[in-house]
Design a binder for this molecule. Structure first.
Ligand code: EPZ
Length: 414
């Protein structure tokens, strides 16, 4: 459990870690070769540990060197992904493409839904079938076989991050070119493509599509992961909600354009450097309307923490979630802390209040948990947040990073 004594203004600098959502596909991409791949700037997160457990179970050898990872081996890959790992972390489903490409068959359990609503993988399966895979289902798992994947053109009904990554991974060893029309353009997807190029694949981005030319085999590579824009945004919002002054260092400011635009509308003052962003929170934020949208739109992963800030605004904010069917796990606990939020369909109407009150609340997913930490930092008094294992999945050393900014926050058993 996390305990917070709220009411402190956060001040200072926070070093941002490598991106979780770049690390996970990069780790799984190492299944595409048996040569050594070195990844730098890898965050120490529970989800990273799960991804490493998965590739070890499939035959890879993993060595940590500080925050660099060396992954090699797996001449012969096992082709069955352990069920409990896929249930624990949806990104494990990305192993399907690489296993098909290298082992010619794969058994990967279907990822469960989660706090964000149903999370199907139909785009993944549609795309792999177009590359020549035969897909069956048994006991809640996908059984897939492919004599040899052949490049094809795949149109995505929605620019799905996972489906785009799945097709880049499979296409890297497919014969000929794979074209994904309407691909996801998140920086983490571009980072995966950059790694695949270092491993020998050829990737070309156009305005409406990404093309990957498959190779007969991929080699080893060395790659530094991009910084985590969601972690950075979370700490900037922590500075804003506590009326503090926080500088996030080691970031790519361009990845935060949508957040910085909306933060300016709340009255935050910002300074942007080469690889840092500093936010000075207003005494009271102004209300702001926004909608989440695929990159470069406002990231859905920052919707809950941004809503936490807006619960204290001097007026009404309207927030529309367009990426997930049900990303509202933060609403109920925020109501317990005195927020005024009404949800109708995909819209949250947030009536700002003067102050939040401390409470004992439960986190239901990584980003809802982040929203509750921010609310607790702003609420005078002692709050307790259960379910902090969600936070450890997505935020490296969050309590100590916040303590270094002056927060009174502790991790406790129970
Ligand atoms: C990635 O999930 C991220 N996870 C998520 O971050 C992030 O919220 C999401 O992209 C959107 O940016 C990782 O990168 C590991 P999607 P992913 O496929 O790939 C629907 C976090 O907190 N969909 O773009 O699963 C889906 O249901 C996590 O770090 C289908 O319908 O996202 C959702 O409504 C949470 N069919 C929408 O598309 C499919 O086959 C976006 O999903 C695939 C997706």
């Amino acid at each position: 459990m996390i305990r917070v004594a709220g009411g402190e203004r956060l001040q200072g600098e926070v070093q941002i870690s490598g991106a979780k959502n770049a690390a996970l596909p990069a780790i799984i991409a190492t299944l595409l070769t048996s040569e050594p791949v070195i990844l730098h700037n890898v965050p120490h997160l529970a989800d990273v540990d799960t991804a490493l457990e998965l590739i070890r179970a499939l035959g890879k050898e993993v060595f940590w060197h500080g925050d660099a990872l060396e992954i090699r081996g797996g001449e012969e890959l096992r082709w069955e992904a352990p069920g409990e790992l896929v249930q624990k972390m949806r990104a494990s489903f990305l192993a399907l493409g690489p296993l098909l490409a290298r082992a010619k068959k794969a058994r990967v359990p279907l990822p469960g839904g989660c706090a964000l609503g149903p999370r199907p993988v139909d785009f993944h399966l549609y795309g792999l079938a177009k590359l020549g895979a035969t897909i069956d289902f048994a006991d809640g798992a996908v059984l897939a076989r492919a004599g040899g994947l052949r490049g094809a053109q795949v149109y995505l009904d929605f620019p799905s991050v996972g489906a785009t990554e799945q097709l880049l991974l499979a296409g890297a060893l497919a014969e000929g070119e794979t074209v994904v029309v309407n691909p996801a353009r998140e920086p983490e997807v571009a980072d995966l493509a950059a790694l695949l190029c270092r491993m020998g694949a050829e990737v070309r981005w156009d305005t409406d599509r990404v093309t990957i030319r498959g190779q007969r085999a991929l080699g080893g590579a060395e790659h530094t992961l991009i910084p985590d824009r969601i972690e950075a945004g979370t700490y900037l919002l922590a500075g804003a909600i506590t009326r503090g002054k926080v500088r996030a260092k080691g970031v790519a400011p361009r990845h935060l354009a949508s957040l910085l635009d909306r933060l300016a509308l709340t009255g935050c003052e910002m300074e942007v450097g080469e690889d840092w962003v500093e936010v000075l929170g207003p005494s009271r934020p102004k209300p702001v309307d926004f909608r989440t949208w695929p990159y470069p739109g406002f990231p859905t992963d920052l919707q809950p923490p941004m809503v936490a800030l807006l619960t204290l605004a001097e007026g009404r904010s309207t927030v529309t979630e367009t990426v997930y069917a049900a990303r509202f796990g933060h609403v109920e606990p925020l109501l317990q802390m005195g927020a005024k939020i009404q949800v109708s369909g995909s819209v949250q109407v947030v009536e700002g209040v003067e102050r939040l009150r401390p409470a004992t609340v439960e986190a239901t997913d990584i980003r809802a948990g982040a929203a509750l930490v921010l609310a607790a930092l702003a609420a005078e008094g002692i709050s307790q947040i259960r379910g902090e294992h969600h936070l450890r999945r997505g935020y490296e050393n969050m309590p100590s990073k916040l303590q270094n900014l002056g927060a009174r926050i502790w991790e406790e058993e129970g």
